[in-house]
Ligand binder design. Sequence first.
Ligand SMILES: [Zn+2]
Length: 316
Amino acid sequence: MRDVQAGVPGPSGRVVYWTRPDGRRWVGTPLAWENGAVLKILISADMEGATGVTWPADVLPGTAQWERCRALFTSDVNAAVLGFYDGGADEVLINEAHWSMRNLLLEQLDDRAQMLTGRHKSLSMVEGVQHGDVDAIAFVGYHTAAGTEGVLAHTYLANSITGVWLNGARASEGLLNAHVVAEYGVPVVLVTGDDLTCVDAEGYAPAARKVAVKDHVSRYAAVCRTPARTAADIRAAAKEAAALAGRYEPVAGGPFTVELEFDAEHLADASTVVPGVARAAGERRVSYTSPTMYEAIRTFKAVTTIASSAVEEQYG
Ligand SMILES: [Zn+2]
């Protein structure tokens, strides 16, 4: 943020805290401070909630429909980039968060933005938030949770998982990632997706701006608005959302108990090879408890990787 003033140095390490004029505490690295404390926005970009997307082939790399829809997806993301710069951002980093994480068309993005593309990142969908220099995050192209209504609803695995609960509450990817970024003191300021994704986001990021790019009809159908219209909506919302940016003290909300339900018993069984993961009540459920969300999301990744490797064609 540009409007910070020097405050009380923080507890330890490279991270320091500064008190903002509005009284909230801002977290930054000494390097960021010396460089003028830029306003940096991270965009976590998923594809199922993008404009015009309603069908598996729309989001499956390699299909003709995916080739078409990745331009629509890029349009949504670029609209958010433009809006954040309209609102005063100094830096925007886009983190690809869908499938192989190689979907966006770099050549169609605004030149001021940078994109983190490709797989194998320690924080997966919210990679980049952990370096102490991000002031806000946007969830663009998000969707609702596995086992609930919504266009292409799922939680991490496209199918196989029928439900995820975090400390007893039904968890979408948005909810899980909101808890991860809260540990770094980063607010979620913008969420886009179908109309039900916006309803879901009211639960985990009530202050964030929301944009519905389509209205849910079924898991594979939606009433869609054109990319020109959704780009205008997203750009306007992102401009407003930039004003919500500003790091706060990291939230230590643990411990976190994660429960997963699969569509087949053997997937639950396979998941228990991950240390700490045990069978839970119900034939197809496992659970584990982590002290932090950082550990919870990494264990979640291990569980989904192991479970998906146990899925066989036809029989599941
Ligand atoms: Zn997703």
